[in-house]
Design a protein around this ligand. Structure first.
Ligand code: ADP
Ligand code: MG
Length: 700
């Protein structure tokens, strides 16, 4: 990489604002800008002009094809490439790309999950250009970020509801801002900086593990003598091979205009993190999808594999994603940042309590927005936040809210009763607020950090729910305050009331303690949805569907289809894991143990022939236990096979997901337990797959 030229490199493969400004006529640029910022419909002539310049620019940068790049509910991105070529009269070709092709595509939708939305005879789907996310070039292809819908207009992707949720919160926040006299604000946007964790392991070893290949995680594996207990990996020196990978990754990401900023080692061996600078939620979502894709690609180039699974190794910390979320205005004000004047502070507090109420009212939606088979292994397992959603505010802010709630003096700079809109609040310092790593949802000075996301999750789902839930709190406040005779008094009373009604969601203590689970569920009545099978059906709770429909984020049909698709993903994932386990046990583990048993028994016989006095302690005890274990393994595998075939008979996804939770997963765990014990007793030479120690310490 040419280090001196990072500014030139940055965004060089992106049709960004700089390129648009330079290449489009003033009128076309102005009208496109209005579409991007204010969601104004684009004229056909403008689309044609943009398409023409986009194509010329793309060809200059080596592109031959274009694709509508979208995010179906498979969790990854999809693309279908078309070349720019059109036959010309003289038998040659022209490179063409029209406004129509830019704005709309019609991919075959039949191979993407739709949860029954799209009848089988109607396979057409639409992709529609999202001009708020810049087009970019990847693998000689101009990629145009698009939303993906069915023929009848129902969303089949993650971007559509995300954009709708951003509009919902924009609508409601603007009503609130008007009440505070901020008439100059044209729009508000939510912003996100997602911190991405991942593992890097050696490709040769990866290739030897069918479980990693088929499921992304190890389904067997005894703990190595050294794991993460020495805490020597976190922020440790980055190994040369990893450093080269990161350098290469940065270059690729920067070219795509992705603001990769921070990189460091994480807690577990072979675990790392990448944090970008935050951007608009919709752009951050696209960028994060691209980041994950490019991480995998670059790792391969360096002879490694990037694991994005939430729990690649049992007993070792898994990977998550922290969704740092804030709300800002087009005038550059962060609405979650305590202001400089008393009035700004009152506004800040209103937005703050709006988030608190949203998290309390829609705990279940936030929980289910991060629910996947993979993430179920982390949440509540004392390495990631618990499955119970709560909000961490820190001492200072908690004291302020308490003072407001109780009408008691707040010991700030001056000891006075806080009257909102009159008294200045002290400035909060972020380092006093970010100590508690066990909280799922923490205020960190000028943003909230939702920490429950899984590493492979698209951040879209979490932000759809978060934006919508906060939009709903703001809607209620706007309805109330717009009617108020005395705005300041009404505001004060409202904030006080919201604090009182929702303080049960506030918790600054240790989220890992047994006491918290008891208190949260029994005293406070918070929900503890432990698995995807428990969480996902709540999407269809009346209050949730009503809220999402009211804010036009989902139609009722879309909510139903989404719930089914997410549960289907859960069920399919575990099914593949179960089948992989059976395969590995029958074809590899049992035969390997048998070979070793054969050697042990042969040795014992020969040794005893050689001398009647030998005890053969090692041989006999190992043989006895291993032989016992093979019996248990055999029983467990037959048990699991039974479950796998029963599972095939389910037609209702709610029933099959409960079956997965109650029957399949426990059976898989039992099988694993015996195999892992056998691993400790079998000679490494005979063991068919690389061990945890080899995998975790494979890159240096
Ligand atoms: P930490 O590492 O302590 O969690 P950082 O300040 O490094 O905190 O931020 C982590 C992530 O939060 C980064 O991706 C950063 O860009 C993002 N971030 C910072 N400020 C904001 C904000 N106002 N809104 C959204 N994300 C933010
Ligand atoms: Mg963080």
């Amino acid at each position: 990489m040419d280090y001196k030229n990072v500014p030139e490199l940055f965004g060089s493969l992106v049709f960004d604002d700089r390129v648009m400004k330079a290449r489009l006529s003033d009128e076309v640029y102005a009208s496109l800008k209005k579409t991007i910022d204010e969601n104004v419909r684009l004229e056909n002539s403008v689309a044609d002009a943009v398409a023409e310049e986009m194509k010329n620019w793309a060809i200059e940068h080596g592109a031959t094809h274009f694709t509508h790049w979208f995010q179906p509910l498979t969790g990854i991105t999809a693309e279908k490439h078309d070349s720019f070529i059109t036959p010309s009269d003289d038998g040659g070709v022209l490179m063409e790309f029209s406004g129509k092709e830019l704005i709309k595509g019609e991919p075959d939708a039949s191979s993407f999950p739709s949860g029954g939305l799209r009848a089988t005879f109607e396979a057409r789907g639409y992709t529609a250009w999202d001009p708020t996310s810049y087009a970019f070039i990847k693998d000689h292809t101009l990629c145009i970020p698009t939303a993906f819908c069915s023929y009848s207009g129902e969303a089949l992707d993650k971007k559509t509801p995300l954009l709708r949720s951003m509009q919902a919160i924009n609508r409601q926040a603007k009503r609130i801002l008007k009440l505070f006299g901020n008439d100059d604000v044209k729009y508000i946007r939510t912003c996100v900086g997602p911190e991405q964790e991942y593992f890097l392991i050696d490709k040769e070893l990866f290739d030897k593990r069918p479980d990693l290949k088929y499921t992304g995680r190890t389904l067997f594996g005894a703990m190595p003598p050294k794991g993460q207990e020495m805490d020597d990996h976190y922020f440790g020196v980055i190994k040369p091979r990893v450093a080269e990978f990161m350098e290469d990754l940065n270059e690729e990401l920067w070219k795509l205009g992705i603001l990769a900023k921070t990189e460091h080692n994480e807690v577990a061996p072979a675990q790392h993190e990448l944090a970008p600078i935050y951007s608009t939620t919709n752009v951050a979502t696209d960028s994060n999808q691209l980041t994950m894709e490019i991480m995998k690609k670059v790792a391969r180039r360096h002879g490694m594999v990037c694991l994005l699974h939430e729990k690649p190794f049992a007993g070792v910390n898994g990977s998550g994603k922290h969704n740092n979320w804030s709300v800002s205005t087009d005038t550059g004000v962060n609405l979650l940042s305590p202001g400089k004047t008393p009035y700004e502070n009152a506004q800040f507090l209103l937005f703050l309590v709006a988030v608190i109420q949203a998290v309390d009212d829609y705990q279940d939606l936030l929980r289910l927005s991060v629910a996947t088979a993979g993430n179920d292994h982390r949440l509540g397992a004392n390495e990631a936040p618990p499955a119970i959603i709560s909000v961490f505010l820190g001492d200072e802010l908690t004291a302020i809210l308490n003072a407001i709630k109780n009408d008691t003096p707040y010991k700030g700079a001056e000891e006075v009763k806080l009257k909102l809109g009159v008294h200045a609040l002290p400035r909060f310092f972020r380092d006093t607020t970010d100590r508690n790593r066990t909280s799922p949802f923490a205020f960190t000075g000028n943003k909230f950090e939702f920490r429950s996301l899984g590493s492979s999750n698209s951040i879209a789902c979490a932000n759809i729910m978060l934006n919508s839930a906060v939009a709903e709190s703001l809607r209620q406040y706007a309805d109330e305050l717009e009617q108020a005779e005395d705005f300041e008094t009404a505001l004060h009373e409202l904030i006080k009331r919201v604090i009182t009604e929702h303080e049960r969601i506030l918790f600054d203590g240790n989220g890992y303690g047994e006491e918290w689970i008891k208190e949260a569920t029994e005293v406070r009545g918070l929900s503890n949805l432990k698995t995807t099978a428990d969480a996902m059906p709540h999407l269809l709770d009346k209050k949730n569907v009503e809220m999402l429909v009211k804010h036009k984020v989902f139609t009722e049909t879309e909510a139903h289809s989404r719930c089914e698709i997410m549960l289907e993903n859960y069920v399919k994932t575990v099914n593949i894991e179960g089948l992989t386990m059976v395969d590995m046990v029958r074809k590899n583990y049992l035969p390997a143990i048998e070979r070793y048993l054969y050697r042990l028994s042969q040795t014992t016989v020969l040794m005893r022939q050689a001398s009647p006095n030998v005890k053969c302690k090692y041989e006999v005890s190992t043989l006895e236990r291993l032989s016992e274990l093979t019996d248990y393994i055999m029983d467990a595998v037959i048990d699991l096979e039974g479950a796998l075939s029963t599972f095939k008979e389910f037609t209702d996804v709610f029933e099959s997901s409960a079956f997965v939770r109650d029957e399949m997963l426990p059976k898989m765990e039992t099988l694993r337990k015996y195999v892992d014990e056998a691993e400790m007793l079998t000679s490494q030479k005979d063991w068919p797959f690389p061990s945890y120690g080899q995998l975790l310490f494979s890159v240096y």
